[in-house]
Design a protein around this ligand. Structure first.
Ligand code: NAD
Length: 271
């Protein structure tokens, strides 16, 4: 792959994330937009990319299948739904094309399927592609290691009213990092809502609460509550560009990697 010019195709091109990614691919030097895929039946299928996405100097039309793209491209970027991303991964598995997958909401079985498929192509998959949240993941582990006893841990996330999955993929990843740091099984420790006479909080508990409303792009708070003090780690995304920029950084990185599954900590060298 020529890393001076990374040519990409976007699946879910008319979605909230897809539109921002297409816009950046068409405007940021060193990237090019070679095609866009949308849901079969979408009224924009067959319309020109320039007309539909408002991007200049990009040839081609919106198609409903990756296999219909005739231009050569290096990387597929997919922010859609788990079933759609698995179809994208099947295409990449057969063709060896690199992929950046930002979709969240995979079941354990679906994620395992994605991992198996990625044995034949390099794939970056991360529930949050922002630099800030990738660093937050590292900080959460560091704080959990430092505050092993005497602190209760809770995760609170808030997203816009249209978000389809809960808790967010980012909150779930934070909970997994916490569970691993404490040596707990998340299936036992995770408490996703509280209501009624719940009794006293257990020590080995990770509370995960989801708020939905308005146009909030994405906010995550990890609270470590001790006796007489509380430490909070907070990340707030003000625009989707932090995720879209992260997807482009991942697209530039992934093409040079051997087949396998990676996340943003690999991309940013934070392992
Ligand atoms: P969205 O609903 O606005 O966009 C999804 C798009 O996928 C829609 O345009 C839809 O028409 C399209 N789509 C549906 N079926 C399709 C198919 N068969 N083929 C091609 N396209 C199809 O959602 P969104 O807010 O853009 O989020 C998309 C996903 O990305 C969600 O899972 C969300 O949680 C995740 N997300 C991840 C990050 C990250 O940094 N990793 C950031 C934001 C959102």
């Amino acid at each position: 792959m020529n890393t001076d010019l990374v040519s990409c195709v976007v699946v879910g091109a008319l979605g909230r994330m897809g539109q921002r990614i297409c816009h950046l691919l068409a405007t940021v030097p060193g990237f090019s937009l070679k095609g866009a895929v949308e849901c079969p039946g979408n009224p924009c299928i067959g319309k020109s990319l320039t007309e539909t996405l408002g991007v200049r100097d990009v040839a081609g039309c919106i198609v409903d299948d990756l296999a219909a793209i005739t231009e050569r491209f290096d990387v597929v970027i997919d922010f859609t739904f788990p079933e759609v991303s698995l179809k994208t991964a099947t295409f990449c598995n057969r063709s060896g094309t690199a992929a950046v997958i930002g979709t969240t909401g995979f079941t354990v079985e679906q994620f395992q399927q994605l991992q198996e498929l990625s044995a034949a192509f390099p794939c970056v998959c991360a529930p949050n592609m922002s630099v800030g949240v990738t660093v937050l993941f590292k900080l959460v582990n560091d704080v959990a290691q430092a505050l092993r006893t005497g602190f209760d841990v809770e995760v609170v996330e808030m997203h816009h009213r249209h978000k389809k999955d809960a808790p967010s993929g980012t909150a779930l990843r934070i909970a997994q990092i916490l569970a691993q740091a404490y040596g707990w099984d998340l299936a036992q420790a995770g408490v996703y809502q509280r209501r009624g006479i719940t009794g006293a909080r257990r020590d080995a508990e990770i509370g995960i609460q989801s708020l939905r409303g308005g146009d909030v792009v994405g906010e995550h708070t990890v609270l470590f509550a001790g006796t007489g003090e509380r430490l909070e780690l907070v990340h707030r995304a003000y625009s989707r560009d932090c995720f879209a920029q992260g997807a482009l950084t991942a697209a530039r990185w992934v093409g040079a990697q051997p087949a396998g599954m990676y996340d943003m900590q690999d991309v940013l060298g934070l392992r």
